[in-house]
Design a binder for this molecule. Sequence first.
Ligand code: ADP
Ligand code: MG
Length: 238
Amino acid sequence: MAQIELKNISKKFKDDVVIEDLNLTIKEGSFTVLVGPSGCGKSTTLRMIAGLEKQSGGEIWIGGKCVNDTAPGQREVAMVFQNYALYPTMTVRGNIEFGLKNKGIPKKERHTLISDICEIVGLTPHLDKKPQNLSGGQRQRVALARAMVKKPEVFILDEPLSNLDAKLRNQMRTELIQLHKRLGTTFVYVTHDQVEAMSMGDEIVVMDKGVIQQADSPLKLYHDPVNLFTAQFIGTPA
Ligand code: ADP
Ligand code: MG
């Protein structure tokens, strides 16, 4: 079943067309990776799904409902940003709890939720630390935990591992794949790295210059690229 549908989506910044007539169906429970060179429109696409950026034309459907007029906070999605966007003055617990307080969730329930999720992402020993005293990987986990406590239908991750060193990046890739299996939630993941895309996604969407070149399984993309761009980008002989 479709979790997200983008129908004839376009996006202009002033006179600059950055997305043109984009159509995409993201399956419920999939790990969908959007991959393409820098500047091709990946972040803009994610931001439109999350409602942080309004499309110039077209419709966005989430969970069978058109969300064109739905505020970001009301959409069943949670976004994890590349730069983590943590509150520097708050502890790990404070960062994760903030959104829950705003939602009016009672204290006891908040604490249970936070304990459960921090156990999953390995943050339990760090709950009282401030972001400045955490490693890159730990900060990334806080950003993840903060999205997870909202129990969204969709996780949106914009190059979440790009600030980590190679070893940690590999480890986090594996952890994210396991997390996806465990939660069964739809993941929409952006990267500019082909290897990362092919190793993580069960559905890969190759973008270039605001246009989807091909959306397929990794195997299909590898063996059957539809055009030269996809063939060269994915690294198969044309
Ligand atoms: P990606 O995430 O694939 O690197 P982006 O979605 O960030 O690409 O950007 C796509 C294009 O839109 C780029 O040409 C970028 O310069 C442009 N763009 C993104 N955000 C804005 C903005 N707020 N104002 C003007 N142009 C923008
Ligand atoms: Mg980007």
